[in-house]
Design a binder for this molecule. Structure first.
Ligand SMILES: [Zn+2]
Length: 240
């Protein structure tokens, strides 16, 4: 089962200040995949997601593609281990339970797992920065397009906006390896309105304006129709 397989995963000793090798998998014990927990899609190498396990040594009940509820933040990689040079697939990064992932306020932005506590600390410690808010969007407000990270800020002491933008972008990058797409400066009043001060119990420091992806399963073709005919022409787009 998964527990036995997990116990057989080994890590190589890594020199101080070098990244960990990750867990070397035992392909003869089972197949490990990493999926997007929301869509079930198998993710490309190196992307964080939920570990799915299919045991190959199973006696009795056979489980196919068991969803473990374990989250790996560095994904599955196939390059040789930098320390032992073996070619075993490796799970890289930290493994956590999905429930912990939620309580730790982790979310995926641009395919990267982001810890908002880290981000919060990085911005709260920034000099010359007053109120701030992180807004998550989709490019063109299209649910299938890429994520955008917009940082809204108020700088109370009229400091150099270019220098401050640079400093904040560096801090965000150091905290979560992402670059903000835009940094927008606001007055104190605009910032209070954005944060919902007065209307919300807690100031909104993180808002997610990414539209939900609406599932549109293809409709079954009518009986007797030509299966080679295109049944779903592109809907015409309104020109404005
Ligand atoms: Zn190794």
């Amino acid at each position: 089962g998964f527990t036995e397989a997990k116990m057989a995963w080994t890590e190589c000793p890594s020199p101080a200040h070098q990244p960990a090798s990750g867990y070397h998998l035992c392909p003869d014990l089972g197949i490990v995949e990493v999926i997007d927990p929301d869509t079930g899609r198998v993710l490309p190498p190196g992307e964080s997601g939920e570990i799915v396990f299919t045991p190959l040594d199973a006696r009795g009940t056979v489980v196919l593609r068991y969803r473990t509820g374990d989250f790996i933040d560095g994904g599955l990689v196939h390059e040789p281990c930098p320390y032992c040079r073996r070619l075993l697939p490796r799970l890289v990064g930290n493994i956590s339970r999905r429930s912990e992932v939620r309580s730790m306020r982790l979310d995926k932005i641009k395919g990267t797992l982001v810890d908002f506590n880290e981000l919060e600390h990085a911005l709260d410690d920034a000099p010359h920065l007053g109120a701030w808010q992180i807004e998550l969007r989709k490019l063109h407000d299209d649910p299938l397009d890429v994520d955008e990270l917009v940082l809204h800020v108020h700088a109370p002491d009229q400091s150099d906006q270019t220098a401050l933008s640079h400093e904040l972008a560096n801090r965000i990058n150091a905290a979560c390896e992402l670059q903000p797409n835009r940094i927008l400066f606001h007055t104190a009043a605009e910032m209070r309105a954005l944060q919902g001060v007065g209307s919300q119990l807690k100031e909104l420091r993180l808002v997610d304006h990414r539209p939900a992806e609406s599932p549109t399963p293809p409709a079954p073709a009518p009986v007797g129709s030509d299966p080679t005919a295109q049944s779903h022409p592109e809907p015409e787009r309104a020109v404005s």
